[in-house]
Write a protein that binds this ligand. Sequence first.
Ligand SMILES: [Zn+2]
Length: 848
Amino acid sequence: MTSATAPARDVLTRAEAEARAARVRNVSYDLHISMTRGAATYRGDVTAQFDVEPGDALFLDFRGKQIERLEVNGQPLTPDWNGVRLLLPGAALRPRTVVRVVYENAYDHTGDGLHQFIDPEDGQEYVYTNFEPFDAHRLFPCFDQPDLKATYALTVTAPAEWVVIGNSREVRATPEADGRLTRAFERTKPFSTYLFALVAGPYHVVRDAYRDIPLGLFCRNSLVKYFDADELFLLTKQGLAFYEDFFGYPYPFGKYDQVFVPEFNAGAMENVACVTYNERHIFRDPPTDNQRQNRAETLLHEMAHMWFGDLVTMRWWNDLWLNESFATYMAYLALVSATRFTRAWTDFNAGMKAWAYRQDQLVTTHPIAGPVEDTDQTFLNFDGITYGKGAAVLKQLAAAIGPEAFRAGMRRYFQRYAFGNATLAQFLDALQEGSGRDLHAWARLWLETPSLNTLSVDWQQENGRITRLRVLQTAPEEYPTLRPHHIEIALGREGPDGRVGVETLPADVDGPETDVPAAVGRPTPAFVFPNHNDLAYAKVSLDPASLAYVRDHLERIEDPLLRQLLWSALWDMVRDQQLKSTDFIALASDKVQYETDLELVEAIIARCQGALARYVPDDRRREMFHRFFTAAWQALRAAPPGDAQIIWARALIAAAQPGEDLDLVIALADGRESVPGLSVDQEMRWDIVAKCMAYAVPDARERLAAERQRDPSDRGQRAALRAEVSAPDPAVKAAAWERFHGEGYGSLYLTAAAMSGFHWYAQRDLLAPYVEAFFERVFGIFETRDKEFAQTYFNHLFPGYRVERPVLARSERLLAEVGERNTLLRRMLREANDDLLRAIRCREFAAS
Ligand SMILES: [Zn+2]
């Protein structure tokens, strides 16, 4: 037996992957996993078979607890294993090599690998895998890279009352002497290791079918009362029909299961025929339609991956952006084409593009496409550029070549590379054939240069007519690329009824200045906006006359997408210190009362919350919070029951500061105050309790105990932890701090919940010692703990609530010390410092 003692750093480089792919072919795995209820470990027995060119030693990736037996081509060998790589000596290899490894492994509790969860409500045990990009080898020894596709024959021995879900259909179930059951699954089609899945436990199942494709939906027993399978099945069928037709390729994987799993780190994961979802997509409280649309987007995103990602897979992680951007773009196209969410492009702007713009203006911005040297770097790139900007430019690409050429290109691509791998160049070639355009030149300009351009309009008028109109384009000093943009310029004018309609002028912008002669002689507009219909990927800076009009009369504009784009432009001006955060909040508090588009209402609220948290000077903070709270209270009472009430009630609770505002929301929770039609849901109740604890409301502890009784679920457990750590008590903070660094709270999810209660702005005196403590300890955390833990630690404990120059200086000093020694910490520090500097400047500007 060989145990893993001090594992080496678990990373695979591009060069290593290339060398291995050049030698290895035709891989298959026969995997048996054995699980017992309530155990800390599970057992595995894998047989890998592959063709290999003889020569040097070859390695399998494997991170486990212990190897009990290793056989190579029938010969037992003593494992040469450093805890993450199992070396197969060159002399033992044959042209067709068979490797068998029998091993034991511990369950994971970080949401990756094979994650184990015990439901606090009923004691039931659930497990599931999550592997992207590089964690399949935490379940079994394998060649853990996307271009060594393999077939898998899985058998699982597990408690008889458990459901077991894999990537293919179950073909046999055999009882064991100990009462457990062994299920065998059909050998799969070839796919990459990161897409392998194993889910097991007493999951609740609902079944349906789409033509001859069996559909399954799964969730924990304690969530069945919230499970709305009908809407999920409807979307699933709409999506399958849309994609099969659009891609001209039938669904390739035989069955389609979707499983909602506990303590999931991301939104969802596109495992072959076994998609896993975060449980936030099961609504325990009444959701808004925006939440339903987001869930539908996620569902269609994962489904698009069944073709783009799973059937045809990137060769290496440098094309991850293409994988994610494509699925994101296709999900929105499917939403508007095949579901009831026909206005989803508005959400695309508010969500995806806003995320991309923000990320693209950070110091850590990067080209959409670029080299990825190892799997650690891949981990860093799941960001707004990968998902949002990539999708925005793909949307432009599809518009440029036309929908029919785009569709024909996609059909060629799937026919050509099915069950194989492809690169960006091969994707572009497939689209280019027949489109008559050189897409590689487009790729260089949009995919290989970072950052974004700003568009503004310079215009003059005389006697009620435009005399000249130019579109100006700028780029940041560090990234001076100017790009061609096909845009529509909106000339907004008030009609006799006071409503504002627009005249649009198309323009092809190129270079720093583009004259638009078509504008000359047009009647003078009230305002000009150079990105009507959101065609461009660019920031807009409003000219002074347009800004003045928009600030006064934004609510008069008819088109909701244009209103949204204008709100985004105003928000960009806040972030760029051209508009004071306090003015923005005042403006939003007034105007939002008139806003009828609920998606836009949510976007405005989110920006106000961002501004309140970090961009408002300390001495105006209370006043601005109260101003926004008052607007929310007014809007809540005016709102009809349903989504608008839910949105405003959440905003009201979030804005409540101690004193009469907090008293008001407590009264709402207690039923002493009420709004007809509104019920304060459980999530809202937990938010109120956390505030009661943080602000030491006299009966806070009794309230916490009452909510615990009301909600004994896993969510209640996390919310209670957060509330407890929120108490303004030095002993509570000290104990929590020790525990974050020590044994934690069980799973990473629970530890994160506790961390989320640690920082409160109002407790900054009490928390002062933890600023230095964070900077002293964070490097050690990143050097010794899992990436997932380190990232969670940073996100919750970096003292970003202190928008202060000394904190920034301390953080810059640490960044200098870290240097290149830890790339993940380096990237997180650079982004946090950049955000902090921006917040400091916004506060200074607002105070000026
Ligand atoms: Zn995805």
